[in-house]
Each structure stands twice: as C-alpha cells, then as structure tokens.
Design a protein around this ligand. Structure first.
Ligand SMILES: *[C@@H]1O[C@H](CO)[C@@H](O)[C@H](O)[C@H]1NC(C)=O
Ligand SMILES: *[C@@H]1O[C@H](CO)[C@@H](O)[C@H](O)[C@H]1NC(C)=O
Ligand SMILES: *[C@@H]1O[C@H](CO)[C@@H](O)[C@H](O)[C@H]1NC(C)=O
Length: 206
C-alpha cells in the first residue's frame, strides 16, 4: 500500500513537472509573439505618423495656395476695348489670346499664344471663333509644328461661328496653339466671342 502511494506521488510529481515545462515553453512563445506585436505596432505607428505628416503638409500647401504640377488649366480671349478684328494678315499667324481668364500652372503664355505642357499627360483643348475672310474662315489647332484639328469654312461669303475640341497626349515641353491662316480674321469684340481653353485631364511626373 505504501509503495503504491509512493509510486502515485512519484507519477504525480512527474506530471506536474511536464505540465510546468509545457507552461514554460508556452509562455516563451506568448512572449515572443507579444514582442513581435509590439514591434509591428511601433513600425505601423511610425508609418502612420509619416503619412499624417505628408497629408498635413499637403493641406498646408493647399491653404497657402501652392499649385501642384497636376493643376493645369487656362482659358483666354482677346483683349479689346472696341469691336474690332484680328487679321486678316498677309502670312499665317499664331493667335495671341492676350486676355487671360484663368492660367492655373502658368502653362499658357499670353505673349505668344502658346500653351506648353508642363508634364507628360492627357490634355483637353477647345476653341471657339467668330471668324471671317475672303479665302475661308476659322482657326486650326497645332501640336508643335503639326496641324491636328481645324474649325473653318473653305468658302465664307459671310462670317461664321465655329468651334472644335480635342484630347491630346502630350509630352512635357510640347506646345499647342491656334493658327490663323493668311487672309482670315477673327472677331475681337467686347463680348469675347473668340476663345481658347485647355486643361490637363490626367498626367504623370515621369
Ligand atoms: C480697337 O481696339 C484695338 C485693340 O485694342 C486697337 O488696336 C484699336 O486701335 C482700337 N480702335 C479704336 C477705333 O479705338
Ligand atoms: C500675361 O502674362 C504675364 C506674365 O505671366 C502677366 O504678368 C500679365 O498680367 C498677363 N497679361 C494678361 C492680360 O493676363
Ligand atoms: C456669331 O455669333 C455672334 C455672337 O453670338 C453673333 O453676333 C453673330 O451674328 C454670329 N454670326 C453668324 C454668322 O452666325
């Protein structure tokens, strides 16, 4: 009987020992996971702080009126103080829209009439002309040295109102402008009937 009790006690202490060892190794694992979690939280906190600082900087820039390069839009007409015509000229001329309504990003140059793409991207342009001329009337849109679209009438016994719109993929530095052919004129009236506008739809900084 005594022997049996001794054996049982021995077995019991063995079980307790195994359980204690198992508990110990489990605790070690829990602590390891705990350390990993703490490290992850610290890392994510740092990343979130960086993201927060970035957004705060953008808000600050917006408040200060800073213009990001993705903000590009212009709209212009012809300055006038009376109802007059631009043209007809003896040679082809780039139309210089010198009355600027909007020029966000300063990509449109009111002294040359040329828009210069500040970044690679897809841009939309539109124009309307109240035009006339003996050998036709209208305006043609040029991408660098190439004509892309036109809005005109070959035979124009009278003046016409015409317009055009186009979406172009441009590379940084490309220019877009409107050409008035020799012999054509456009109205520069107080009502500003002749306009040229454009804006960036989406672009990249590449
Ligand atoms: C009409 O305006 C144009 C452009 O501003 C100017 O060159 C021209 O002299 C003006 N004509 C008259 C009659 O005021
Ligand atoms: C033309 O552009 C220049 C330079 O950006 C600016 O100072 C001037 O006010 C502009 N003129 C008009 C008529 O918008
Ligand atoms: C062109 O539009 C202007 C302004 O709306 C108007 O005064 C003129 O008569 C129009 N011309 C033609 C030929 O439709």
């Amino acid at each position: 009987m005594k022997t049996a009790v001794a054996v049982l006690l021995l077995l019991w202490s063995g079980v307790v020992g195994v359980v204690a060892a198992a508990e110990q190794s489990c605790l070690t694992e829990v602590r390891a996971v705990q350390r990993e979690v703490i490290a992850l939280v610290a890392q994510q906190t740092q990343e979130l702080q960086l993201a927060k600082a970035h957004v705060e900087k953008q808000i600050e820039d917006l408040k200060n009126g800073a213009v990001r390069p993705s903000n590009v839009a212009f709209s212009a007409s012809l300055f006038t103080n009376n109802d007059t015509h631009i043209g007809p000229f003896k040679t082809d001329q780039t139309l210089q829209f010198n009355l600027v309504f909007t020029n966000v990003g300063n990509a449109y140059d009111n002294s040359t009439g040329k828009f210069t793409a500040p970044l690679n991207g897809v841009y939309q342009f539109s124009y309307h002309v109240y035009a006339g001329g003996d050998n036709g009337a209208g305006a043609k849109l040029y991408h660098n040295e190439d004509q892309v679209v036109a809005a005109y009438n070959h035979v124009a016994p009278h003046d016409i109102n015409t317009s055009q719109s186009v979406i172009l993929t441009l590379e940084k530095g490309d220019t877009v402008s409107l050409l008035l052919e020799a012999g054509w004129w456009v109205a520069s009236y107080l009502g500003h009937l002749t306009t040229f506008s454009g804006h960036l739809l989406f672009g990249s900084l590449d």
